[in-house]
Design a protein around this ligand. Structure first.
Ligand SMILES: [Zn+2]
Length: 106
């Protein structure tokens, strides 16, 4: 992939974390099947980002503006960032719930 944002690495790393509820890796299939959190799989995500970057380049060419590599990476970063935020807020909520459960049991 030509225009990989740093966020992509963060997302890959997040998938190695364990689900606080189920203690299995936080894969996109686990998130969507068990927790209704829709995050694309990595292959699809990279395809989408690649497609987006091609569209941006086509637009820049059409408008006769210079190809801004940093702009393309920034936009890809926003998109990936949204998925990271989704997973982070899920983790926050689940951690909060787990704390609540512990308190209720003690
Ligand atoms: Zn889970």
């Amino acid at each position: 992939m030509k225009f990989a944002p740093a966020e992509l690495i963060q997302l890959i790393n997040l998938a190695n974390h364990l689900c606080p509820m189920c203690k299995v890796p936080l894969s996109n299939s686990h998130l969507s099947l068990r927790h209704s959190i829709v995050v694309p799989n990595l292959v699809d995500l990279i395809k989408t980002l690649d497609h987006d970057s091609k569209l941006s380049i086509a637009n820049m060419k059409r408008n006769r503006t210079p190809i801004e590599r940093s702009e393309i990476i920034k936009n890809a970063g926003f998109k990936v960032g949204e998925y990271i935020n989704k997973i982070h807020s899920f983790l926050q909520i689940e951690k909060f719930k787990l704390k609540g459960d512990k308190r209720a049991n003690s």
